[in-house]
Design a protein around this ligand. Structure first.
Ligand code: NDP
Length: 321
């Protein structure tokens, strides 16, 4: 169901200590939003926010933002009533199991922004802990800018473990605090579809300029998705020309979706739900070349696709980076 500000009282957070493990993309945005909400809602006693991070550029940011920081994970965990686990997913199991779980209070609420490590049972938490997922469907910088502009952003919230019986209350209060209740295994297939569409249309004689602008660079598609979010996925079509409306409505019925369906099912069943993807990802650092090196190799391949090479040519011709 959908939750709005009015469904999510903040009272259960009064006087609590909220620890952020990680002050990166999500950690910084969520901590700043929470602090601002506590201030604007005049929540008393004001919850205390503690930032725990390794000493790096992110910890300097925490200091500049007026939070300060600690790298003493055990001490930070010991004082947490709520613990946001916002370090990269591949880092979470070791950091949590070795340096956080031993001192974490048995009734603390653990908050994740991705269900990954909880679903695959990589984190050893006590049965008495609450575990909630508050997962913004938004990159960190936009979690902050959309909070500042008052727009908010969508977010999945779920209770994975209700040790204290209060997990929903806390999860909803945190969702509101970070600004997610203001308004009310897809992407691999989308990337592959864009690549195929690009190559096919290029082969039929479309220029790089026409393709990159038609597909994303004009931002028309971004505008369409904005309208879809505001008006409805189908309803937004009324803003298009009649030819376009006819082409999209009729054409979408004619697409042979057999292969797409098969791919969605394969990714969901044979990669995600059976744990194969998680196993493969976790083994990269343990037995393989490491996440960083693997991402470099995958980026190199992606940059070599016809679509990426076409875009690079257009950007160079337009003098864009
Ligand atoms: P970041 O990559 O921004 O990293 C967060 C912090 O963790 C950084 O300060 C990073 O420092 C630190 N860190 C990295 N390695 C270690 C380590 N070995 N020990 C201790 N600290 C470490 O993370 P994100 O914010 O992108 O992701 C956090 C969570 O949010 C994940 O669960 C992710 O799935 C989820 N999420 C992320 C979204 C996003 O937009 N990025 C969207 C929705 C959910 P340094 O970089 O210096 O190593």
């Amino acid at each position: 169901r959908l939750f709005y500000d009015k469904d999510c009282p903040l009272d259960c957070l009064k006087g609590k200590t909220i620890v952020f493990i990680g002050y990166g993309n999500q950690g910084r945005a969520q901590a700043l939003n929470l602090r601002d909400t506590f201030k604007s809602e005049q929540l008393e006693p004001t919850p205390k926010i503690v930032i725990a991070n390794i000493k790096d550029s992110y910890s300097s940011k925490a200091e500049q933002d007026g939070f300060g920081f600690t790298s003493d994970w055990k001490a930070a965990a010991a004082e947490a009533d709520v613990l946001f686990l916002l370090v990269p997913d591949q880092v979470q199991p070791q950091l949590f199991n070795e340096l956080i779980a031993p001192t974490l209070q048995k009734t603390a609420c653990i908050v994740v922004a991705s269900g990954y490590n909880v679903f695959y049972k990589h984190l050893n938490m006590a049965k008495s802990n609450d575990v909630v997922m508050v997962a913004p469907r938004m990159i960190g910088t936009s979690v902050r800018t959309r909070y500042e502009s008052g727009e908010g952003f969508p977010c999945f919230v779920s209770v994975e473990q209700d040790g204290t019986g209060k997990a929903w209350e806390v999860g909803l209060a945190l969702s509101r605090g970070i600004g997610a209740t203001k308004g009310g295994a897809l992407w691999p297939t989308i990337i592959a579809t864009f690549n195929e569409a690009y190559s096919t249309l290029k082969g039929l004689g479309c220029s790089d300029e026409a393709l990159v602008h038609e597909m994303w660079m004009s931002k028309e598609s971004a505008e369409i998705f904005e309208k879809a979010a505001e008006d409805g996925f189908v309803k937004q079509l009324v803003h298009h020309s009649s030819v376009s409306q006819y082409g999209q409505l009729k054409g979408s019925l004619e697409v042979d979706t057999t292969a797409i369906k098969k791919e969605f099912k394969r990714i969901a069943e044979e990669r995600v739900l059976n744990g194969a993807f998680a196993k493969e990802f976790m083994s990269l650092d343990r037995d393989g070349p490491g996440v960083e090196r693997t991402l470099e190799e995958l980026y190199a391949k992606a940059k070599n696709s016809e679509l990426a090479r076409g875009e690079a040519r257009v950007r160079e011709r337009l003098g864009l980076k």
